[in-house]
Design a protein around this ligand. Structure first.
Ligand code: SF4
Length: 468
């Protein structure tokens, strides 16, 4: 483990949990909460921990924000529109507090960890009662206590970003699918990204803690675990501990989990050893999210991604050689500063050659404090919109072709529940992470069912249950 990581002791975690119980006993303690989550899976999982802590405090989830005693926002600042959306919601709570002044408002997540953001919320948005950064979620009881006691300075202290802690309560959304964080933070400093400055440097959990958590989940009936980290491929490289392939093997051999997924993977750290483990480990799903960001070497270098297009293509070939039926998905940024039409053509070419199952596409969004925010050569909004439209269209065509090629094949589908449309239909995900709707009873929820793929919709496949 690196020197600057602060491992929070079990006593300290227990002290916070004790504080949670003390708060529950106070007559002025909030009894209900409303939590809004913005952003990625890391934030969704953080929100499960936040909900677990609030349950320790005796609070119940309230669907209607206006009736909640505590209103919480777990924010994201990865893109400008996510931050603006969160700010809009936070500002609106001022109206709620006019009607119910005793309501507490707390802001959590990456947004509060940006330099000066907590202070700005404290001074400019007086209706906000406290902040709590993503590296110090375990301190939520303390922050709520400070807010109840009116200790404003302490309630808005800037969060820690180098902690590693175990033993917090988690209130999971699904009884059969679970997130497990394997590492926090990122060391990569891609030029456009705020993550290293808001979530800190890489800190890997102990393999034994992760395996113990997974064992508990399997005992509780969990069928699929999604391992989370900003760059899971570098798990363990912040110390002398075992690396990611060893973790995957241990999870399969020691827990009996049926399905393992993981994200996110930086292509530069996708090793031969990891590919070999993915191919031989029966629990690892045949799907990989491998963010390319651009198909142009010039842009990849400007983004400080530290791989070339040639290396990315070679990793894709290695993956497909080891797992011919693997499905790939990706993230792509268009209109990065200095991106020319020729650079963009390289990205279109990457999409057409790699044939992703799907892609998350974004227009470059400058984030304060990043290298990219200061770069010249901004692409005009009109050109950016034109490029993203063309990119989305190219990917949609490929998705349709990929789906078409799957018709007539069999898939194992983990059923998530009734389909939104179509009575008597259930929906679930294949190992490749593609949604499938098929006729079936709601009681199949949580089971892995063999399905024959018979057709396609716009974003999902259609299937028929195979009787075994
Ligand atoms: S790998 Fe790059 S894009 Fe991903 S979190 Fe780290 S710095 Fe951000």
């Amino acid at each position: 483990m690196r020197d600057n990581t602060t491992t929070i002791s079990a006593q300290e975690v227990m002290a916070q949990r004790g504080l949670a119980r003390q708060i529950a006993a106070r007559p002025d303690a909030p009894k209900s909460y409303h939590l809004t989550t913005f952003g990625c899976q890391m934030n969704s999982h953080d929100s499960e921990t936040i909900a677990g802590i609030l349950r320790d405090m005796g609070m119940k989830a309230e669907q209607d924000q206006e009736h909640a005693d505590l209103i919480l926002f777990n924010t994201c600042c990865i893109r400008d529109n996510a931050e603006r959306r969160a700010m809009g919601h936070i500002i609106f709570t001022k109206e709620i507090k006019k009607k119910r002044p005793q309501t507490l408002v707390g802001v959590m997540g990456c947004m509060v960890q940006q330099g000066g953001a907590a202070g700005k919320l404290r001074d400019k948005h007086r209706h906000v009662d406290f902040t709590c950064g993503p590296g110090e979620i375990y301190r939520l009881p303390e922050r709520i206590m400070h807010a109840l006691e009116g200790r404003r300075e302490a309630a808005f202290a800037r969060g820690e970003d180098s902690t590693l802690y175990e033993g917090m309560p988690v209130m999971r959304k699904s009884p059969f699918m679970a997130y497990v964080t394997v590492m926090y933070g990122c060391d990569n400093f891609c030029s456009y990204c705020v993550v290293p400055s808001v979530r800190g440097r890489e800190r890997s959990r102990q393999l034994s803690d992760i395996v113990a958590e997974a064992k508990g989940l399997v005992n509780d009936g969990v069928k699929e675990i999604m391992l989370l980290g900003q760059n899971v491929n570098s798990f363990g490289t912040d110390g002398a501990g075992p690396r990611f392939p060893t973790l995957l093997r241990a999870l399969h051999e020691e827990t009996g989990i049926q399905r393992l997924r993981f994200m996110t993977s930086n292509p530069k750290d996708l090793s031969d050893e990891l590919i070999a483990e993915m191919a031989r480990n029966p629990a690892v799903c045949p799907h990989l999210h491998l963010p390319a960001q651009s198909g142009s070497d010039r842009m990849l270098s400007a983004m400080n991604r530290r791989y070339t297009r040639e290396r990315y293509d070679e990793r894709v070939r290695a993956l497909r050689q080891a797992m011919p039926h693997i499905g790939l998905t990706t993230d792509l940024i268009v209109a990065y500063p200095g991106e020319t039409e020729a650079d963009f053509d390289e990205t279109l070419d990457l999409v057409r050659r790699t044939r992703y199952d799907s892609a998350f596409t974004f227009i470059f969004s400058p984030r304060t404090g990043t290298v990219a925010a200061e770069l010249p050569g901004r692409v005009s909004p009109a050109i950016a919109r034109d490029r993203i439209t063309r990119l989305i269209k190219a990917q949609e065509d490929i998705t349709r072709e990929v789906f078409e090629s799957l018709i007539g094949t069999a898939a194992q589908v983990l059923v998530e529940g009734p389909a939104k449309r179509g009575r008597g239909q259930v929906t679930g995900k294949t190992g490749r992470n593609i949604g499938v709707n098929f006729e079936g009873e709601e009681s199949l929820t949580g089971q892995i069912i063999p399905v024959l793929i018979t057709g396609q919709g716009s974003n999902t496949l259609k299937g028929e249950r195979i009787n075994t």
